[in-house]
Design a protein around this ligand. Structure first.
Ligand SMILES: [Zn+2]
Ligand SMILES: [Zn+2]
Length: 354
């Protein structure tokens, strides 16, 4: 066995030293890297949901922070752009040029950290018009801050590549604050080509305000909760929807971690992990709300804690969730593509790279 291995290593070293083989391998890698973006996802009349970040502020090598892409009506929308999420969008060749807007649920760092990269890299990817960033009041300050931090970079790029290739307009962001009008429960933030997007307040106090978003397209619908504790607003806006992508914090697991932190004398961590429980939703509570709303499929995202051993972690995460009945419950993973064909009841989940 060892002899066979050493023969393979010797062959690789020998061939690797050969310039023709090197060039061939580099060309093959470049062919994969420079494949065009997947515009068909925007143009096929299907409502697509891609989980581009199912993690939380806690480090998890398998999960980027909060990000859900919704692709329909010729456009792509990103609900939150947490750290690490843009890399997923680009690696999976989601249609960057068609990025119509970023919809921020609120301004915690795990939801906004990649806004600068999202703006810059979608511009490089071909988006010609300024990028709209829609969110609760306060979005202007977030957008202005990122724009200022990236302004030198944007300037260099246009000078270097020319305005034909990188028109300055594409490097700009436009904040669109979307307050809910007095007496209303929600606000429509986009309506065009059969796609309607509605923002509605959720309860993530002391964060003021925090939104969830509902997408309706050709008889199909998806709701993305943002960060929230259980609230009637989720049940109301998710009523009858096909898919509810809901945040989930497994409080029973966090409590074990808090005990350990206290035993280890880490009072600071123990305090913070106790604090976070009261402004999120447990997997069991999310399932309860999904049932009340008559949702067909519940998909957990923003998993806290995320980095648990695969099989045991899933069982532990779901241990208090009532299963069975009509509601289908799915643990979200980065790279899940959910397809909702027009005017149908089908819900298909595939790997975005398949
Ligand atoms: Zn938050
Ligand atoms: Zn969060």
């Amino acid at each position: 066995m060892i002899r066979r291995m050493s023969l393979v290593v010797a062959a690789v070293l020998l061939l690797g030293g050969c310039e023709a083989v090197q060039e061939q391998l580099i060309r093959r890698g470049a062919e994969r890297t420079f494949l065009p973006d997947r515009f068909e996802l925007a143009d096929d009349g299907v409502l697509h949901v891609v989980l581009c970040g199912t993690g939380s502020p806690l480090p998890d090598p398998a999960r980027a922070a909060a990000c859900t892409a919704v692709i329909a009506a010729g456009r792509m929308f990103l609900v939150d752009v947490g750290p690490g999420s843009w890399e997923n969008v680009q690696r999976w060749r989601l249609p960057r040029e068609r990025l119509a807007a970023v919809l921020l649920t609120h301004f915690h760092s795990d939801h906004i950290g990649d806004l600068g990269e999202t703006t810059t890299q979608s511009w490089i990817g071909g988006r010609p018009q300024p990028l709209e960033v829609i969110g609760p009041p306060g979005v202007e300050a977030v957008v202005e801050g990122f724009a200022r931090a990236y302004s030198a970079d944007a300037g260099y790029r246009t000078v270097h590549h020319g305005a034909d290739v990188l028109p300055p307009e594409g490097g700009r962001t436009v904040a669109k604050s979307a307050p809910v009008p007095p007496g209303q429960k929600d606000v429509v933030v986009f309506d065009g080509d059969g796609l309607r997007i509605t923002a509605f307040p959720v309860d993530h106090a002391p964060v003021e305000a925090a939104y969830g978003y509902r997408f309706d397209y050709k008889g199909r619908s998806v709701v993305i909760s943002g960060d929230t504790k259980p609230t009637a607003s989720i049940v109301e806006h998710a009523r009858g929807t096909d898919v509810l992508v809901h945040e989930a914090l497994a409080a029973h697991i966090i409590r074990i971690g808090t005990e350990v932190a206290r035993e280890k004398g880490n009072a600071r961590l123990a305090k913070m992990s106790t604090d976070i429980i009261d402004y999120h939703t447990t997997p069991a509570q999310a399932a309860e709300e999904a049932r009340q709303a008559g949702v067909r499929m519940l998909v957990y995202t923003h998993l806290v804690p995320g980095a648990l051993p695969p099989v045991i972690g899933r069982a532990a995460f779901m241990s208090e969730v009532e299963t069975g009945g009509e509601l289908e419950i799915v643990m979200g993973e980065d790279g899940m593509l959910i397809n909702l064909p027009a005017e149908s009841t089908e819900i298909e989940i595939v790997d975005v790279l398949d």
